[in-house]
Design a binder for this molecule. Structure first.
Ligand code: AKB
Length: 314
């Protein structure tokens, strides 16, 4: 069986993706890696490598050593942190992508997954039902790196035949591994406060609507896209992925259906202008048409899964 390398396997998406792929393909076929050691759950559940994917030779050595066929490049600096360290974010987000694309170009791997984001859109993009192809003038470092990355993915596909596939993730909501420095992180923090019986102070204003998705749906979409026939993958920049759309106020009201005395207040910070520049709701008709995408979790199902999950951590 061909082997798969996950870069950024200890992160929010990487950890759940590693677990799902190990369950599906057998633990020895999935090599998890990250820049540093992570939780025992990931490191002891199958092969694990400490790997800096900005180092081309270290990455190449790992790929040749394990005879890797497919790479999921999940390492990235997210929007909030990237605004604090612009050059570091650009370097991490772009160098890792070029390293992986160049190894694919040299036929050392045959398939690549690279995550893009709703951050590729900007203040001039239509906010409602944002189409696959539209105005894209991102105003954040993270968004600029993702938009450039999308252009490079498409270029490598057209020019060199690299089989690279990508999704523009909305804000992803999960409880198993904490997120790292995103603008949509409020939608996770809120559950931890609610489950502890604490008031939550949101760093986004009550009316800020953003596209979001429960992690199980995001993992399902990622694997479905990677398993699709190459001919069906028509978009080689990155696919829009919709999911659910809500504001902090709507989310707090949904939590109150299960925890009636839950309290929230609002103190918008530097992440508010980032959120204001992003779409409120995404149209994912192309993903539906090309590889039969359909999300499962609506707001109610997501809230109930999150509260159950967060409580189980205690
Ligand atoms: C972030 O908030 O930076 C990420 C994203 C939407 O890509 N969750």
């Amino acid at each position: 069986m061909a082997k798969t390398l996950i870069i950024g396997a200890c992160g929010q998406i990487g950890s759940e993706l590693s677990a799902k792929l190990r369950e599906k393909h057998g633990k020895d076929n999935i090599i998890a890696s990250d820049i540093r050691e992570g939780s025992e759950d990931i490191m002891n559940a199958g092969p694990f490598e400490v790997l800096d994917a900005t180092d081309f030779h270290a990455l190449q050595d790992t790929i040749l050593h394990y005879d890797i066929d497919t790479v999921y490049l999940m390492a990235a600096m997210l929007s909030g942190t990237a605004e604090k360290f612009p050059m570091k974010a650009w370097q991490l987000n772009m160098d890792t992508l070029f390293n992986v694309l160049n190894l694919a170009k040299e036929n050392k791997i045959s398939k690549v997954f690279w995550p893009s984001s709703i951050a590729v859109f900007g203040p001039t993009t239509p906010k409602m039902d944002t189409p696959q192809q539209t105005v894209m003038e991102p105003s954040t470092v993270y968004g600029i790196s993702k938009q450039a990355g999308e252009r490079w993915c498409e270029y490598y596909f057209k020019r060199y035949g690299v089989d690279v596939r990508s999704i523009r993730y909305p804000g992803l909501i999960s409880y198993k591994t904490p997120p790292g420095g995103g603008t949509t992180d409020y939608a996770i923090e809120i559950f931890h406060s609610a489950a502890k019986g604490e008031k939550y102070t949101s760093f986004l204003s009550e009316e800020t609507a953003l596209p979001m998705m429960y992690m199980d749906d995001a993992i399902k979409a990622t694997i479905q896209l990677m398993e699709a026939d190459a001919d069906d993958v028509k978009v080689r920049s990155s696919y829009n992925l919709g999911g659910i759309s809500f504001t902090p106020k709507v989310l707090a009201d949904a939590i109150r259906k299960e925890i009636p005395d839950f309290e929230i207040d609002y103190e918008p910070d530097f992440r508010q202008p980032i959120a204001d520049s992003w779409p409120s709701k995404i149209d994912d008709a192309e993903a539906q048409k090309d590889w039969n995408w359909q999300h499962e979790y609506d707001l109610e199902a997501m809230v109930s899964a999150m509260l159950k999950g967060v409580k189980s951590l205690k």
